[in-house]
Design a protein around this ligand. Structure first.
Ligand SMILES: Cc1cc2nc3c(=O)[nH]c(=O)nc-3n(C[C@H](O)[C@H](O)[C@H](O)COP(=O)(O)O)c2cc1C
Length: 305
């Protein structure tokens, strides 16, 4: 058996396949389809301090090889998360990464403080990259000073592994990643969705109620790979790669580009069993090429060879 295990900071993952934030909510329904124990982990829907109703519909538009969403971080808020979701999440026999969103730095700090005593949650993923909310969201991840402040302030109150999830909607993602690393991030997660828009040619109206949204799915994979590769040259901390993974081959590609772990998002809507197929496919690939662990391929892109 190939050992697909990966350590990121002090946390062990039995394999590098996780489910991305926003795809399975808090996991209650999806557990009927996949036994989470088989996965490296799951990432929760981003939670904010106060409940959010999200944006007005329509909030999803299908596009060639992808989808636009403008959900707008609909979530029950921290209190309901604690009262209604945490007990279930504690029963999951794999890593549960809690995704945290905020309208202000103080929101992120407050949520991190409240989650600090919950031992089952070893990792926080700071979502500083949501394109679909007016305040907070992507504004943090586009601004080097805000990125530094939010990571630093959360670092001061949290002993958990901090993953910082970046937006690709910036000119120099390597620079933002370095700032997050300096400020105390344990890993960089990338990428969140690309800003996008679609217009109905019969009505001339935007197809999304929020006018703009975030593009995800196979359409964005080459752009995600490029950014993972770029950030791999820039930081020393591990990279959590995502964006358009549609098959086990995409997982291999992300690892070669420099990710140690990957998250699968939109493609779950197309094939709910993809995470399991990806684990088998990755394992078979490593075996057939005589590799004994994934570390042998991580970041091994050959340039000019
Ligand atoms: C419907 C939907 C909801 C999402 N919600 C969140 C969210 O709450 N927090 C977050 O960090 N990312 C969210 N994302 C972004 C995904 O986690 C992921 O970064 C992005 O979709 C790229 O991966 P993919 O192409 O595999 O979907 C969402 C994506 C989709 C499609």
């Amino acid at each position: 058996m190939i050992d697909l295990g990966v350590n990121i900071g002090s946390v062990h993952f039995k394999n590098p396949i996780l489910l991305a934030s926003g795809i399975i909510g808090f996991g209650e329904e999806y557990q009927e389809i996949i036994d989470f124990e088989n996965l490296g982990g799951i990432v929760t829907k981003s939670i904010s301090l106060n409940p959010r109703a999200g944006n007005k519909p329509p909030r999803i538009v299908e596009t060639p090889c992808g989808m636009l969403n403008s959900i707008g971080l609909e979530n029950p808020g921290l209190e309901k998360f604690l009262n209604e979701k945490v007990d279930f999440l504690k029963t999951i026999k794999t890593n549960v990464v809690v995704s945290v969103a905020g309208s202000s730095i103080d929101d992120f700090v407050e949520i991190a403080k409240v989650l600090e005593p919950i031992e089952e949650f070893k990792i926080l993923e700071l979502n500083i990259s949501c394109p679909n909310v007016k305040e907070g969201g992507i504004l943090f991840g586009k601004n080097p000073d805000l990125t530094r402040s939010v990571v630093r302030r959360v670092r001061e109150v949290s002993t958990k592994n901090l993953w910082v999830k970046l937006t690709p909607n910036v000119t120099n993602i390597g620079n933002i990643a370095s700032i997050a690393e300096e400020a105390g991030a344990d890993a960089i997660a990338l990428i969140n969705t690309f800003e996008g828009m679609a217009i109905d040619i019969n009505t001339f109206k935007p197809k999304l109620g929020n006018v703009i949204g975030g593009l995800s799915g196979p359409a964005i994979k080459p752009m995600a790979i490029k950014r993972v590769w770029e950030v791999f040259q820039t930081v020393k901390i591990p990279i959590v790669g995502m964006g358009g993974i549609f098959s086990w081959k995409d997982v291999v590609e992300f690892l070669i580009a420099g990710a140690q772990i990957v998250q699968i998002g939109s493609s779950i809507f197309n094939d709910p069993l993809l995470p399991i197929k990806a684990i088998t496919g990755l394992s078979d690939f490593l075996r057939s090429h005589n590799y004994s662990s994934i570390s042998e391929i991580v970041g091994k892109t050959k340039i000019n060879e």
